[in-house]
Ligand binder design. Sequence first.
Ligand code: SAM
Length: 348
Amino acid sequence: MLNPISLENQNYPTQKPEELIERVLNATTNKNDLVLDFFAGSGTTCAVAEKLGRKWITCDIGKYSFYTIQKRLLTIQESKSLENPKQKYGKLAKTFVTVNTGIYDLKKMQELNQDKYIEFVLQLFEVTPKKQTKKGFAFHGERKDGYPVIVWDYWNNKESNLDIFFLENLHQTLGKSVSKRVYIIAPANAVDFISDFHELDDVRYYFLKIPYQIIKELHPKDFAKIRQPKSKNKVNDLDNAIGFHFSLQPEVEATFENNKLVIKKFISNFREEETNKYLENFESLSMVVIDNNYNEKDGFIMSDCIFSEDIESVQSTLHIPLQNTGDNICVIFIDIYGNEFKQVIKTK
Ligand SMILES: C[S@@+](CC[C@H](N)C(=O)[O-])C[C@H]1O[C@@H](n2cnc3c(N)ncnc32)[C@H](O)[C@@H]1O
């Protein structure tokens, strides 16, 4: 027999029962109406709206909430039916999209002329401008770690994406000798890779993706950063945060060894807002979200979310034991300001 409670439980603090939201929606809406919940949490409202044949829009400021809802909807067929809680709902969710706020500002950015755009994105990722040509290929600058940076010329690539063909072409030109690491800055929607880097012949090509968030530099007002929690019982402490900020990918080194995810390095590329200091290794880690049986076709479905306070530290590395892993895991490392680094890791 199904256990309706465990089928419903998303392990999200403050999660409301589906039965309660079902009552509210039945009392106030009809089929095909549009239901909006600004404070989604675990996504009870949209899950129930989906099951009752309502359209829905939902949002939340927290990353844990985002991945919980994505999973809840992508696996809604496995959750309990509202009519008969002893049975599974059994239907897939209708197609939905996930978006970051501020998508409209990408247009503004694209209207910048080429030089202004390059200047702007170099600043954004803290790159020192330094024009140079390596093996006939134009580079635009250098990051703090000394590795070179290319600004992908999307203005000449309106019809194509930064995909494996582009990378293989680039790699054929540069070869192994130019640098062990190359950064490529490109609009997030133009990057075809789910991972934040792709390796060819021991050279790592990192993608610095420009998100569709409100762009501080293009905005007259300074925003406060939104802090992500380091422990699960703080997931609702986000309510006072307002504003937006730019995504600055953290530096991560992680491997999968003996059924464990071993994190050797997690450094964020920003100063802490209150202290204006750079944070030490692991200090800025908020949580690690994992799909332990990742495949590209199904997309990312969270199986574990481990908050940094619950991660075991072993001889200056962090260890996360994982069970029932498939051939690949996809790991999203998230810092306290919500910046993400995504990596697909082979387990065998
Ligand atoms: C009480 S929980 C909602 C629980 C939800 N009803 C459920 O069943 O899971 C409130 C949610 O509001 C989110 N939140 C707080 N301030 C926010 C803001 N300014 N914008 C969007 N979401 C916010 C929090 O991250 C939290 O997930």
